[in-house]
Design a protein around this ligand. Structure first.
Ligand code: NDP
Length: 447
């Protein structure tokens, strides 16, 4: 996206120079800076205090070695990271990703986005992200445990309930969080809320598992109903079949939609009568298997190897797999097939070109920062419950989640209108979040 404002264009050029080749990070920064044009024109004090220059630089980037032993007794070495991006409004907070693609650029983009997302929730949490290039696929339970213990042995010195509170992301669910929590407790001799997404028997919150997917649908429902639309009677296509995808599918169906396609990194399934989520949960959450298995168990469904889930005609598309998984050609196909809403469950799943086409074609678009903030919001509620040494009911947490998602929608709409971009939820979310963090940074002086 070309940035027209001179100050921001020069700033972005500088970011490109100092972060050369970090494609994902530059993509995320470019989108935010493009949104901030009307803000810097109205608020010269922000440039004078160097707020944006400071915001695009992580406060700390930690990289470390993770050595562990596989089942055959061989020593393996991976690279671990934690990017502590911004702590202006609260302790660092953000997930841990275990995937072979993990590198500094991907974690910096995720950490940068997290700063804004966390601000939108209205809760006191700063932004961070971390993980490793470790590939959990095909590893035994013992190998996962030994990796997680080794990872936490180093990470423990950088995190803490009031410092930095990691959670799950791709490749990190309840099992991995449990092993990491156990190791932290052993090293520190402290039972504290240092991680969220914990098991319910040791400080986890009800609704955390469902939160990102449910929150995505609550946000989307707000966006749809403002135009007199809804999930009811719509066909829905979802990419991915992990934590976010599964609970987005569950809530979309509860709201009256029909989820007809889902995918994993090998291929996608198409079940025109509506996907049987109990079968997906069994394959993905219990057996940790491949989605192709679904077509073997549900004969009316078809499995297709390779990418292509966006070729299935639908009214609502929910990309919930990974970054840049919906590109321009996919967007064109969705538009041609009559899709009227796209809401991002994953982080940055749509390329800039795909988003431009959606906006140009009048497709309702919900950006990740706003739409998938439900996960971190309930993580922050888990932190509150841990501090109170209490556990709230499912209904209580779920109703707070709904309120938070509706609040994010209202904030994004209001900021978009106030800064001359009515209806543009990308600009609105970026501006509302930015102003909150910027204000805190101004109050705290140059740091
Ligand atoms: P999971 O590991 O549970 O699931 C990820 C899903 O995406 C899997 O189906 C996986 O398929 C698929 N996938 C991953 N990488 C690729 C790839 N390169 N190409 C195609 N498919 C891929 O992760 P989550 O559901 O937790 O996370 C999904 C997205 O949501 C991520 O972008 C994450 O950052 C974001 N997110 C997650 C939150 C959470 O609370 N968990 C909160 C907010 C955002 P396969 O199994 O074959 O690898």
């Amino acid at each position: 996206m070309r940035i027209k404002n001179n100050y921001l264009a020069n700033l972005f050029e500088n970011v490109c120079r100092t972060n050369a080749n970090e494609i994902e990070f530059l993509q995320a920064v470019n989108e935010v800076l493009s949104s901030l044009e009307p803000v810097v024109e109205r608020r010269p004090d922000l440039a004078a205090a160097g707020v944006i220059e400071r915001l695009v630089e992580p406060e700390r980037l930690i990289q470390f070695r993770v050595s562990w032993t596989d089942d055959a007794g061989r020593v393996r070495v991976n690279r671990g990271y934690r990017v502590q991006f911004n702590s202006a409004i609260g302790p660092y907070k953000g997930g841990l990703r275990l995937h072979p693609s993990v590198n500094a650029s991907i974690l910096k983009f995720l950490g940068f986005e997290q700063v804004f997302k966390n601000a939108l929730t209205g809760l006191p949490i700063g932004g961070a992200k971390g993980g490793s290039n470790f590939d959990p696929k095909g590893k035994s339970d013992g190998e996962i445990m030994r990796f997680c213990q080794s990872f936490m042995t180093e990470l423990a010195r950088h995190v803490g309930a009031d410092t930095d509170v990691p959670a799950g992301d791709i490749g990190v669910g309840g099992r991995e969080i449990g092993y990491m929590f156990g190791q932290y407790k052993r090293i520190r001799n402290e039972f504290t809320g240092v991680l969220t997404g914990k098991g319910l028997t040791f400080g986890g919150s009800l609704v955390r598992t469902e939160a990102t997917g449910y929150g995505l649908c609550y946000f989307t429902q707000e966006m749809l109903s403002a135009r007199g639309l809804g999930f009811a009677g719509s066909r829905i296509v979802i990419s991915g079949s992990g934590n976010v995808a599964i609970y987005a599918a569950e809530k979309a169906a509860q709201l009256g939609g029909r989820v007809i396609a889902m995918s994993d990194s090998n291929g996608y399934i198409h079940d025109p009568e509506g996907i049987d989520l109990a079968v997906i949960k069994q394959i993905k959450e219990v057996e940790r298997g491949r989605i192709s298995e679904y077509a073997r168990r549900v004969p009316r469904a078809a499995y297709t190897e390779g990418p292509g889930v966006w070729s299935v005609p639908c009214e609502i598309a929910l990309p919930c797999a990974t970054q840049n998984d919906l590109a321009l050609e996919d967007a064109k196909r969705l538009c041609r097939n009559g899709c009227f809403a796209v809401a991002e469950g994953a982080n940055m799943p749509c390329t800039a070109e795909a988003i431009a086409l959606f906006q140009h074609s009048g497709v309702l678009f919900a950006p990740a920062k706003a739409a998938n903030a439900g996960g971190v919001a309930v993580s922050a509620l888990e932190m509150s419950q841990n501090s109170l040494r209490m556990a709230w009911s499912f209904e209580e947490v779920d109703s707070r989640l709904q309120e938070i998602m509706a609040g994010i929608y209202r904030k994004a709409c209001a900021a978009a209108s106030e800064y001359g971009r009515p209806g543009d939820l990308i600009c609105g979310a970026n501006i509302a979040a930015f102003l909150k963090v910027a204000e805190a940074m101004l109050w705290q002086g140059v740091a």
